[in-house]
Design a protein around this ligand. Structure first.
Ligand SMILES: NC(=O)c1ccc[n+]([C@@H]2O[C@H](COP(=O)([O-])OP(=O)(O)OC[C@H]3O[C@@H](n4cnc5c(N)ncnc54)[C@H](O)[C@@H]3O)[C@@H](O)[C@H]2O)c1
Ligand SMILES: [Zn+2]
Ligand SMILES: [Zn+2]
Length: 396
């Protein structure tokens, strides 16, 4: 029996790399003959992992992390028909059965059959069905024929692996944020957050033909990186109201499209500098999006936040000025990204050099043993996306 090692959550601020079980084609008593075992080639650390590692969820000690997985199929279950041993594949972070009403409608982020407690599941995530995470050497992927995206050529895939590894989550997520905010040719867009998702969103807005992409954050290093590939930026710590800064760039204090790539751990600014304000980005979205504009919200909001400052926010209740959005006929789009709605098209965009996503998010490759450092540095706000190379295949 092969050995397996993975990154698990220990306590707020701490993860560790330990020996974990080699995957089985099962989840507890549930048989997964429709699944495959992958040897993982690349697996990324995500801002969504950070919510757990900061102790802002009900994640328990020992949870094996990792939902951004790319790998090679080394074993197929009895019922897998089309995916074969040796295939190089991207794994959508959402787990979907392909059989339920939502999957049939393309809403794979809210599959009804993969999580006993609620709609939707993911690898290595609290409340997401108990599926084992993939910041590891090996992982099991259920419903493989439905979930996996096969790369056309292995050698070509290895050449572009640092781009292709973004297909499991942040590139489709940034793209989905842009699409649901109505971004199209000539759009004026504000992207809140210059983390990897915000930067992937900004690159997606360029791909979709936006005229101006303005990225806002409090982190100057991340903003400088956004400027390096053609974005305008707004530093929220400079004391000038956001509306005014937008007007300085586009002539009027509003945008067509707004994408929230921050989520519930948002920081206040201006008079509220230094405070955490879970609703600040949502309220800003309604203030600066034009009447009739759309607001995409890939940033994560939770139903329980043990680390919230007030009682209401502990239950995920936020103070939003919804009447303003209503008065401006805004549309809001929330939720997990249905990755497979976009991953094939975005793979082609990568393979035919239409998007430089690894550069846009500034990838740094690290070993599995180095994952705790990756978590720590990412949490400090460096302008990087950490890609774990568990078998030393990328760096060899
Ligand atoms: N919907 C999905 O399926 C999905 C998928 C992946 C990630 N996410 C979520 O997307 C969000 C971003 O992910 P990430 O990896 O880029 O995280 P990240 O933590 O690296 O980046 C968030 C950025 O937001 C900035 N920020 C904080 N307050 C702000 C404010 N008021 N205005 C503007 N910027 C502000 C931070 O400085 C940081 O740079 C997270 O909430 C993550 O959970 C959702
Ligand atoms: Zn992710
Ligand atoms: Zn389903």
């Amino acid at each position: 029996m092969c050995k397996n090692h993975g990154v698990s959550y220990v306590e707020p601020g701490k993860v560790e790399v330990t020996e974990i079980d080699y995957p089985k084609l099962a989840l507890g008593d549930r048989k997964c003959e429709h699944g495959v075992i992958l040897k993982i080639v690349a697996t990324n650390i995500c801002g969504s992992d950070q919510h757990m590692v900061r102790g802002r969820t009900t994640a328990e000690k020992g949870l094996v992390l990792g939902h951004e997985i790319t790998g090679e199929v080394i074993e197929c279950g009895r019922d897998v028909e089309f995916i074969k041993k040796g295939d190089m594949v991207s794994v959508p972070f959402n787990i979907a059965c392909g059989r339920c009403r939502n999957c049939k409608a393309g809403l794979t982020g809210i599959c009804l059959n993969v999580n006993g407690d609620r709609a939707g599941a993911a690898y290595g995530y609290v409340d997401m069905g108990g599926w084992i995470g993939g910041q590891a050497e090996y992982v099991m992927v259920p419903y493989a024929d439905f979930n996996l995206l096969k790369f056309p050529d292995k050698d070509q895939a290895m050449e572009k692996i640092l781009d292709l590894t973004m297909l499991s989550d942040i590139l489709p997520t940034g793209f989905h944020g842009a699409v649901t905010a109505g971004v199209t040719v000539g759009s004026v867009v504000y992207v809140a957050g210059a983390g990897p998702v915000g930067l992937a969103c900004a690159a997606s807005c360029h791909l979709l033909g936006a005229a101006v992409v303005i990225v806002g954050d409090l982190n100057e290093e991340r903003l400088a990186h956004a400027r390096s590939f053609g974005c305008e930026t707004i530093n929220l710590t400079n004391g000038i109201p956001v509306e005014e800064q937008i007007a300085m760039i586009v002539g009027i204090p509003e945008v067509d499209c707004f994408v929230d790539c921050v989520g519930f751990e948002a920081s206040g600014h201006g008079a509220n500098a230094g405070k955490e304000m879970p609703a600040v980005v949502l309220n800003q979205a309604m203030a600066i999006t034009r009447a009739g504009g759309q607001i995409g919200i890939p940033g994560l909001y939770v139903t329980e936040d043990p680390g919230a400052k007030d009682e209401a926010a502990k239950q995920g209740s936020l103070k939003i000025r919804f009447g303003l959005g209503w008065a401006k006929s805004h549309s809001f789009h929330t939720g997990q990204t249905p990755v497979m709605k976009y991953h094939k098209q975005l793979m082609n965009a990568i393979l035919f050099d239409k998007i430089d996503i690894a550069k846009a998010v500034n990838v740094e490759v690290i070993s599995l043993q180095d994952a705790p450092r990756g978590y720590e540095e990412f949490d400090s706000g460096v302008a990087k996306k950490f890609v774990i190379d568990p078998h030393g295949i990328i760096t060899s």
